[in-house]
Design a protein around this ligand. Structure first.
Ligand SMILES: [Zn+2]
Length: 241
């Protein structure tokens, strides 16, 4: 029995190491995903700026068209002036001409303003696009580095996995099954130490009689609260001082 527990302790150590590899690999992958997302967001923003610029450009063309209509209207009303017979008609035409002139003047200012907005949106888009180009290049380099790091981690992981598989054969399969089940259920921690009558998995206190039995180390015990396999290590001389 004592041998079994020591194998389970060793298994737990290896599994903790394995999950450490998994976490590191996951973190590295996640970092790349986040950077990709950040670039995609910037690209979307650049796209929005381009769209906005196109819409503004269209409204500028509409304003320009209105101004050209007004110019046509002035020509038309001026030629009509030659034929007017009453001062009332004359006044009406003059008023229309004045209004058309005002339209032309206003539209020039508006076009200028809109043009500035178009340029601002395009500059913003360009800036974001440049940023994305740079970041994509860096990300490609980083991806290469991460791939290599993951490959290395996977190599080390395989070696540990191999060690673990060999070790698992040293303990009865029913124990390994129970251990594996617990490992999944208890977030990767199935075998824990008891220190001062406290389970180091769930941090609940073990009843005194049970604690005494665990200290004897002749049987494998489980925590009454979290069901993890418990073991006791007598304090070394160093710990006493
Ligand atoms: Zn516990």
């Amino acid at each position: 029995m004592k041998e079994d527990i020591s194998v389970l302790i060793a298994l737990q150590e290896l599994d903790t190491e394995l999950s450490g590899f998994d976490r590191k690999i996951e973190e590295k992958k996640q970092e790349l995903v986040e950077r990709e997302q950040a670039i995609a967001e910037k690209e979307a923003l650049a796209g929005q700026c381009r769209e906005k610029a196109a819409e503004l450009e269209q409204s500028r063309r509409d304003i320009k068209a209105g101004s050209e209509d007004a110019a046509e209207r002035i020509k038309d009303r001026q030629s009509k002036m030659m034929q007017v017979q009453t001062s009332r008609e004359h006044q009406a035409l003059l008023k229309e001409i004045e209004e058309a002139k005002k339209t032309i003047k206003d539209s020039e200012e508006q076009q200028l303003q809109v043009m500035e907005q178009v340029e601002a949106e395009e500059a913003k888009a360009k800036e974001l696009e440049n940023l994305c180009t740079g970041e994509k290049k860096l990300l490609a380099e980083e991806t290469g580095k991460v791939d290599k790091a993951i490959e290395k981690l996977n190599g080390r992981r395989l070696a540990v996995q191999d060690k673990r598989d060999k070790l698992a054969k040293k303990v009865s399969s029913s124990w390994v099954k129970r251990y594996d089940k617990l490992l999944k259920k208890r977030d990767g921690l199935a075998v824990v130490q008891v220190i001062d009558a406290v389970c180091q998995g769930c941090f609940m206190t073990i009843p005194p009689q049970k604690y005494n039995d665990i200290c004897l180390g002749e049987q494998i015990f489980t925590c009454p609260t979290c069901q993890r396999t418990l073991y006791y290590l007598p304090p070394s001389d160093e710990d006493d001082t």
